[in-house]
Design a protein around this ligand. Structure first.
Ligand SMILES: Nc1ncnc2c1ncn2[C@@H]1O[C@H](COP(=O)(O)OP(=O)(O)OP(=O)(O)O)[C@@H](O)[C@H]1O
Ligand SMILES: [Mg+2]
Length: 160
């Protein structure tokens, strides 16, 4: 069975692409947010950043369990998915977005100023891409700034 992970800064467009891609190539879409809630991996609320601290190690363990037990090919959608060890992952898609456009998308979500700043910094410093490279994943980079979602999905499909 194959495993594709989709990572990138929040609001770059992971979910919208992951769901369409999964449908197109008949992979099962794995919603990591649901797994986090179901398994109570969001142990601590960080008020300053208006976000939950996720236990990366426990999440990895749970995801590896899902990968090992899966009877279908899967797409894992999460900005934490690239922490998975390379041996469990066939392809890592890193979704990117221009800073100005990303700011607009984050503001639309009514995130706090500090949360918007954090996410923009994360995109500026390419944190997900740098970490995915550190983990030696096979990477495809997709920029969603101007492209229609379908175009991004077609582009990925050709490269798989
Ligand atoms: N290619 C695109 N063109 C225009 N808008 C887009 C595009 N991709 C995503 N968006 C918009 O950006 C917002 C965020 O998209 P999405 O929820 O897929 O991001 P995400 O990376 O999954 O975020 P999170 O990490 O918080 O789950 C949505 O409002 C979506 O409509
Ligand atoms: Mg999402």
């Amino acid at each position: 069975m194959k495993t594709i992970i989709i990572t990138g800064t929040p609001c770059t467009g992971k979910t919208i692409i992951a769901k369409k891609l999964a449908k197109k190539i008949s992979y099962t879409y794995i919603d990591v947010n649901e797994i986090i809630k179901k398994n109570k991996l969001n142990n601590k609320y960080l008020k300053k950043y208006d976000t939950y601290e996720i236990d990366d190690k426990k999440l990895n363990k749970k995801l590896i369990e899902i990968i090992n037990n899966s009877k279908t090919n899967i797409i894992i959608d999460s900005h934490l998915s690239h922490y998975l060890p390379k041996k469990y992952v066939d392809l890592c898609i890193v979704i990117k977005c221009d800073i100005k456009e990303l700011k607009k998308r984050l503001e639309k979500r009514k995130y706090s100023k500090i949360k918007i700043r954090e996410n923009l910094d994360s995109e500026i410093f390419d944190i997900c891409l740098v970490e995915a490279k550190e983990n030696k994943h096979k990477i495809i980079i997709v920029d969603t700034t101007k492209k229609k979602v379908d175009k991004s999905v077609n582009e990925i499909t050709k490269k798989i």
